[in-house]
Design a protein around this ligand. Structure first.
Ligand SMILES: [Zn+2]
Ligand SMILES: [Zn+2]
Length: 188
């Protein structure tokens, strides 16, 4: 019994590749992005196209997948909340181990193979965890509209990049109020 759905867009069938080491297949495909691909403030919209350019290669232990994924991103600047559109381009590499190879390695206590090992299930491999990790790692932790985005005015919430000379007469920013008292004391 397998938990992978062969019709899922990010589940690839490696049967055609065969098990002869060195056998290769090039796979180019565009798949709809799974939900929550990215981080809260910057992500690939669900269903948006993810372009995959992959190479599958049969090796002794399993199937070695290498390639790239490219997708559009939408999000917002963490300082000024302006919408951001960007693109993410990531390299993918993962060894999907044949289940029988994995069992054999486990018997010999091969520390290279642990619970993190990606396994083939009925010649199917699941690209989603790999894609998800690669995209999240590639994203900036705090996306900005520009590197030096000045953010929002603390008084009125105006976007300071649109209005750099922005100033308020009153009320006085509480951070400076103490300073003004000092100045008045000196004048007395
Ligand atoms: Zn910004
Ligand atoms: Zn303001």
């Amino acid at each position: 019994m397998t938990s992978l759905d062969p019709r899922a867009p990010l589940v690839l069938d490696t049967r055609e590749l065969g098990r002869r080491p060195g056998s290769q297949r090039q796979v180019e495909l565009t798949v709809p992005a799974p939900a929550q691909l990215g981080i809260e403030v910057l992500s690939v919209p669900e269903g948006a196209p993810v372009e995959l350019d992959l190479r599958l290669e049969a090796v002794m232990e399993g199937v070695l997948l290498t390639g790239t994924a490219t997708a559009g991103l939408v999000g917002e600047c963490v300082r000024c909340l302006q919408p951001i559109e960007d693109e993410v381009h990531v390299d993918l590499q993962e060894l999907y181990v044949y289940p029988d190879q994995h069992d054999k390695a486990a018997e010999h206590d091969d520390s290279d193979l642990d619970d993190e090992t990606s396994l083939l299930e009925d010649d199917l491999l699941d690209l989603e965890p790999l894609l998800r990790d690669a995209v999240v790692l590639a994203l900036p932790f705090q996306p900005l509209c520009t590197d030096d985005c000045p953010g929002l005015c603390t008084e009125c919430g105006a976007r300071l990049a649109d209005d750099p000379d922005h100033a308020h007469e009153a009320p006085i920013d509480p951070r400076w109020a103490g300073l003004q008292v000092l100045t008045q004391d000196q004048q007395d």
